[in-house]
Design a protein around this ligand. Structure first.
Ligand SMILES: CC(=O)SCCNC(=O)CCNC(=O)[C@H](O)C(C)(C)COP(=O)(O)OP(=O)(O)OC[C@H]1O[C@@H](n2cnc3c(N)ncnc32)[C@H](O)[C@@H]1OP(=O)(O)O
Ligand SMILES: O=C([O-])CC(=O)C(=O)O
Length: 436
């Protein structure tokens, strides 16, 4: 007898939300009524996070205050540093984040004085530093280094830092709007890079960030590379955070809402979200994409291997979607930026390889790339190690999870569906000694 494919709640309206929607025909995407294109291309991640968590876009003063608040919240407590240092070097980065989140919950518990929105801001600001503290601590341990990461220790592809942007002409791609960035040109001042590199490292060898206008994106890239990233890289990273910030009842958000519905605490809801996001059918797909495409050396090889995988009924990660019918609007945005980064970083083949996979998927399966597909190369071209792709998704999605946890709490009923039972019935009880 053929086994029936599980429904996976496809098409089931499992609740009501005012946070975001993909629209009735599964085409567009809006966060609290604002189109994703406007948010990503004209706004900044901090504006998006504020909108999702607080329900409205910030004005100039609110945005300035919000960035200052995040900046101040991005300092790791010493106890948390020590906890992160105790985690094994080969731990899964998503487990490091889960552990860090739960540990922070014991150090700074939710209370009437410290409520969901403030904890969310703290986690948005601290998740990158947590990950990178653990990363640099263990790399220092392995290599016997105590200073900021040496450039040679970074991934071998072009690291998109301020100096590698030197000489690249402006205007060779879409304009890089200055949203979320200080109104200055590329951070190409060699003294700025020098100053960053010569600062005293923290106890774990993680560089102390210099004073600059804080953005979550800029701060992450600075802590990763130990130097300012080029404005273009910061901007694309910022756009990717906005694209990843929210997506209605996706699996991790729904899981976080289920946890919230039991009246559990905020940190537990977030830890649930992180655990659910990790899987390769969800957030983990961006890493799986990179692992797949970097095996190919040419578009021809990629096309042939993709056809072969499909013939073996294997999934190609980064394609397909539960709620979009014709395309993922976020993919169109990140694809354009991935192409630009590919050009700027002088990538000779990875972007064409990705396009070859996309072509075959359209021809053979009529499937389109989702956000995870071109995000993988975009991050890769910024010199971000593959193992950090899904953790970056966490930084962004914290905003969406928080909006949903708060919404669930405002009008709560425990989420507890029914199950159709198809197990055995009326079995005869056998005493222990009579069982085989
Ligand atoms: C930001 C994000 O989290 S986006 C999602 C990231 N995840 C991925 O990219 C993983 C790859 N994609 C998938 O596994 C799926 O498309 C999901 C998980 C995203 C959606 O799953 P579902 O809605 O259950 O789609 P479902 O599995 O029913 O797919 C319909 C058909 O398309 C096929 N299909 C769907 N996605 C893919 C894919 N990536 N590669 C190959 N075939 C696929 C399925 O095998 C299925 O074929 P069948 O009808 O012959 O069995
Ligand atoms: O909505 C989904 O199922 C997955 C997704 O794209 C997301 O969470 O961003």
């Amino acid at each position: 007898m053929a086994v029936k494919k599980p429904g996976g709640l496809a098409g089931v309206e499992a609740g009501v939300t005012a946070v975001s929607t993909v629209g009735k025909d599964g085409r567009g995407l809006t966060y609290r009524g604002y189109a994703i294109d406007d948010l990503a291309e004209r706004g900044s991640f901090e504006e998006t996070a504020f909108l999702l968590i607080r329900g409205k876009l910030p004005n100039v003063d609110e945005l300035t205050d919000y960035r200052r608040k995040l900046d101040a919240a991005s300092r790791l407590p010493e106890t948390l540093k020590r906890i992160l240092e105790l985690l094994p070097a080969d731990a899964h980065p998503m487990e490091v984040l889960q552990a860090g989140c739960v540990a922070l919950g014991t150090l700074e518990p939710e209370s009437p004085q410290r409520q969901a929105a403030d904890i969310a801001d703290r986690l948005i600001a601290l998740t990158g530093p947590m990950l990178l503290h653990w990363h640099h601590f263990h790399r220092g341990e392995r290599e016997g280094a105590t200073g900021p990461p040496a450039k040679s220790a970074e991934p071998q592809q072009a690291v998109f830092t301020a100096d590698t942007a030197d000489g690249l002409p402006d205007g060779d791609g879409p304009d890089c709007p200055a949203a979320g960035e200080p109104p200055q040109e590329e951070a190409e001042d060699p003294t700025a890079v020098e100053a960053a590199g010569s600062r005293q490292p923290s106890s774990a060898g993680m560089p102390v960030p210099p004073d600059e206008d804080y953005t979550v994106a800029g701060h992450f890239l600075y802590l990763l590379h130990g130097r300012h990233a080029a404005i273009r890289a910061r901007r694309v990273f910022d756009i990717s955070l906005t694209l990843y910030a929210e997506h209605e009842f996706n699996a991790s958000t729904f899981a976080a809402r289920v946890t919230a519905s039991t009246l559990s605490n905020f940190y537990s809801c977030i830890a649930t979200g992180i655990g659910t996001l990790r899987g390769s059918l969800h957030g983990g797909a961006n890493e799986a994409v990179m692992e797949l495409i970097e095996r190919f050396e040419s578009p021809e090889e990629a096309a042939e291997a993709t056809r072969a995988r499909l013939a073996r009924k294997q999934l190609i990660m980064g394609f397909g979607h539960r709620v979009y019918s014709v395309s993922d609007p976020r993919s169109d945005i990140i694809k354009k930026w991935s192409e630009m980064l590919s050009f700027w970083s002088k990538d000779g083949y990875l972007y064409p390889v990705s396009e070859a996979v996309e072509r075959v998927m359209r021809e053979e399966k009529n499937l389109f790339p989702n956000l995870d597909f071109y995000s993988a190369t975009a991050y890769h071209f910024m010199g971000i190690p593959t193992a950090m792709f899904t953790p970056i998704f966490v930084i962004a999605r914290l905003a969406g999870w928080t909006a949903h946890i708060m919404e669930q709490r405002e009008n709560n009923r425990i989420i507890r569906p029914t199950a159709a039972y198809d197990g055995p019935d009326n079995l005869l009880w056998l005493e222990l000694h009579a069982r085989r």
